[in-house]
Design a protein around this ligand. Structure first.
Ligand code: SF4
Length: 717
């Protein structure tokens, strides 16, 4: 019998609603959900082709596997043996070396319920904060800046603002590729009202930049100088909003002193753009009835990502372009549930419901809510530091779920070294052949899209249901179930020791009484009450009845809030937003005579991350059939390099070989490669063989977008 199941696309942070068609236990088709407020029935090429990626279960991990020694081959095992083994090895290591000897590296692809159980296992039971996620590579600079400037994480805006903005500033975002369905809403708004201005800040002439009213092709990494220069001009011209600044903010005088030094001519020179263009951007932004900024990896994946975000938020606060329809700083999340992971505190620096590990009061609140004592105040290790600690032997065991760090982390050889050194590696994964799976001592087969249930939160803080349309293949199981089963086993082993050190107060059912994703969601919801993301009034029943809802959604409300800070009261202690005064600092790695090219990385329209899923749909290679290195035509000619020739891209960390593609869309001295292809697809590895592990000091997000490289003809054997 044919069934239709309402669910959510598993790719990007737009969070489109889908209707999954299934027959005889197989997914046979897909349509956009006409009632979902993110997409109103639309899907992009990736969403439309989802059934092709699951049609025959090819490449799926179908049963648990384990090996007892490093040089052995993994053998199939039944679930009980695999779960017992993982729990026993983790318990042994924790008892021998302490809780911080283990770590979890999870994913913005997981559902909120999966994330919650992982986080409770690490922080509530084991009492380590060594749990981080690939969202560290994606959104953590935006999180840092929102917290510093506005007092809490999460965008103040909503998707409706895309249709109401009169000026749109895109910064480090190629939205037609990365968030295609949302971009269609912007296109339609501009078609209705051609007076809407689009300003695109991007070193490359992307497809989006080609459509812009003003393209600011800045030198990579100079965003802070640009935004400070724009603010200098706004102050000089009197186009800021002194009444808003006086009523709702603090710290403006320090910022004003700083930006006095960023004259438009000096800022434009740093950025490598015309001063007149910088002035036009400042005028369009400040004079607009509604200015919206849309930003993504181009700001975040930087060793100064937090400063870039803060400098952009300064523009909104100084002009009062926030908390009103069509205006605000809108960070677009890359992954489908980067937001949900932040909500449950599934990162090394956070606790549940936007609480902070460093805050004793927050720790006490979570202890009371979980019925535990002795939550660790020791900071956890964020992604790059976590793998370094593995390589140094400080962390002995790591559990990796739903992500492929041997493709997505910077300086991949560092990650390989870490996983070779680790005493025990667990990989929980839907696919059996990612770049990371060969390092697994235990492979736990996970259910995938269309096979599991829970919730995700999209870029506008909207929580949607994810529903299973079919059973998982083979013995694959839902992520939350796998973690819950190991946690129960580990709890039995660790609780005796813990009750001597710091007795727990939770009831006899233990910390992991969950029998369904709904039970996990209900506990998560209870922890949010009274917090900025309060979803006390939201339940699976409400989502079933009323459809996807935005947070905050506290008790007494009938719907979630579309916008935040509409009355000018922010989430800081005094209710005022904070200006910060960031200075421009250059990229972590400058070009020099040995490495004279600036490497930029980015995404393609029809691929997703490491292509574990999109790589299974042949039609998705029509747009870009192969990995290439793009180089400006004149740069290639000067070096005698020809279109299609194989070239070696080498940095101080590693190298790979790609065919050359010449382009007129890059600045001189700049090259570009997509981040999707990895060692799974290319013999010489992916572009992250060359990228740098330098991180932002606040957010710990690495500078995946920029590295110094040399390009030379490949020497083939
Ligand atoms: Fe899926 Fe994003 Fe495309 Fe929507 S825009 S269909 S969420 S990939």
């Amino acid at each position: 019998m044919k069934t239709v199941t309402r669910s959510t696309c598993c790719y990007c942070g737009v969070g489109c609603g889908v209707l999954i068609e299934a027959e005889h236990g197989r997914i046979t088709g897909i349509a956009g959900d006409p009632d979902h407020p993110a997409n109103f029935g639309r899907l992009c090429t990736k969403g439309r082709t989802l059934p092709l990626t699951v049609a025959d279960h090819a490449g799926r991990a179908l049963r648990p596997e384990l090996r007892l020694t490093r040089d052995a081959v993994r053998e199939p095992a039944d679930w009980t043996v695999a779960l017992d083994h993982v729990a026993a090895r983790f318990a042994d290591i924790i008892e021998r070396d302490g809780p911080d000897a283990v770590a979890f590296y999870i994913s913005g692809q997981l559902l909120t319920e999966d994330y919650y159980v992982f986080n409770k296992l690490a922080k509530g039971l084991i009492r380590t904060n060594n749990i981080d996620t690939n969202s560290r590579l994606c959104m953590s600079s935006a999180v840092s800046a929102y917290k510093k400037a506005l007092g809490a994480d999460g965008p103040p805006t909503c998707y409706e603002d895309l249709e109401l903005a009169q000026t749109v500033l895109f910064a480090g975002s190629n939205m037609p590729y990365a968030h295609p369905v949302l971009f269609r809403r912007l296109e339609e708004a501009k078609a209705r009202d051609p007076s809407i201005k689009w300003i695109v800040v991007d070193p490359r002439r992307t497809d989006l930049a080609a459509l812009a009213d003003l393209h600011l092709a800045i030198t990579p990494g100079t965003d802070v100088a640009l935004f400070n220069g724009m603010l200098h001009h706004m102050i000089w011209e009197g186009s800021i909003d002194p009444a808003y600044i006086a009523a709702h903010t603090s710290g403006f005088n320090e910022l004003k002193s700083l930006v006095r030094g960023y004259t438009p001519s000096m800022a434009a020179e740093i950025c490598g753009i015309a001063e007149s263009d910088l002035l036009v951007a400042a005028q369009w932004f400040a004079a607009s009835p509604a200015a919206l900024s849309l930003y993504c990896m181009g700001l975040n994946q930087s060793s100064h990502g937090t400063d870039k975000n803060l400098a952009l938020i300064n523009l909104h606060l100084a002009t009062g372009q926030i908390g009103k329809p069509g205006a605000g700083p809108f960070s677009l999340t890359g992954q489908p549930n980067a937001m949900g992971g932040r909500e449950v505190g599934g990162m090394a620096t956070m606790l549940a419901a936007h609480r902070d590990i460093a805050n004793a009061e927050h720790r006490a609140q979570v202890e009371a809510l979980w019925g535990v004592n002795g939550l660790s105040a020791r900071p956890g290790l964020p992604a790059v530091d976590m793998f370094d600690a593995l390589a140094e032997g400080k962390i002995k065991a790591v559990w990796i779920a739903c992500t492929n760090p041997v493709h997505s982390m910077p300086d991949i050889e560092r990650v390989r070294r870490a996983l070779r050194t680790a005493e025990f590696v667990v990989v929980q994964e839907a696919f059996e052949q990612t770049d990371t799976v060969p390092y697994a001592d235990v492979l736990l087969p996970a259910a995938s899209w269309g096979e599991k249930s829970g919730t995700v939160t999209n870029s506008e803080r909207r929580i949607s249901r994810v529903r299973a349309a079919v059973e998982p293949p083979g013995e694959a199981r839902a992520d939350w179930w796998i973690v819950n089963e190991v946690a129960r086993r580990l709890e039995a082993r660790l609780s005796a020791r813990q009750s001597e050190e710091a007795p727990n107060t939770h009831n006899d059912a233990g910390l992991f009484p969950f029998e369904s994703p709904q039970a996990v969601f209900d506990e998560h919801r209870s922890l949010t009450i009274g917090r900025d993301l309060d979803i006390g009034a939201l339940s699976y029943d409400v989502l079933e009845r009323d459809g996807p809802q935005q947070w905050p959604f506290p008790a007494g409300r009938e719907r979630g809030a579309a916008r935040r800070y509409v009355d000018g009261t922010f989430a800081t202690a005094d209710g005022r937003a904070r200006f910060h005064a960031p200075s421009y600092l250059p990229v972590a790695e400058s070009v020099d005579a040995r490495y004279p090219f600036r490497l930029l990385t980015g995404r393609l329209r029809d691929q997703w991350h490491g292509m574990s899923r999109t790589g299974r749909a042949g039609v998705l290679f029509n747009h870009a059939p192969q990995a290439t290195l793009s180089m400006r035509r004149e740069d290639a000619a000067r070096r005698g390099l020809k279109e299609g020739e194989l070239v070696t891209i080498a940095s101080r960390r590693g190298r790979l070989v790609l065919p050359l593609e010449t382009s007129d869309d890059l600045a001189p001295g700049t090259v570009f490669a997509a981040m999707h292809w990895s060692g799974q697809f290319l013999a010489s590895g992916g572009i992250n063989e060359t990228t740098i592990g330098a991180v932002d000091p606040d957010s710990k997000q690495p500078e995946l977008k920029h590295a110094a490289v040399r390009i030379e003809p490949a020497k083939l054997p």
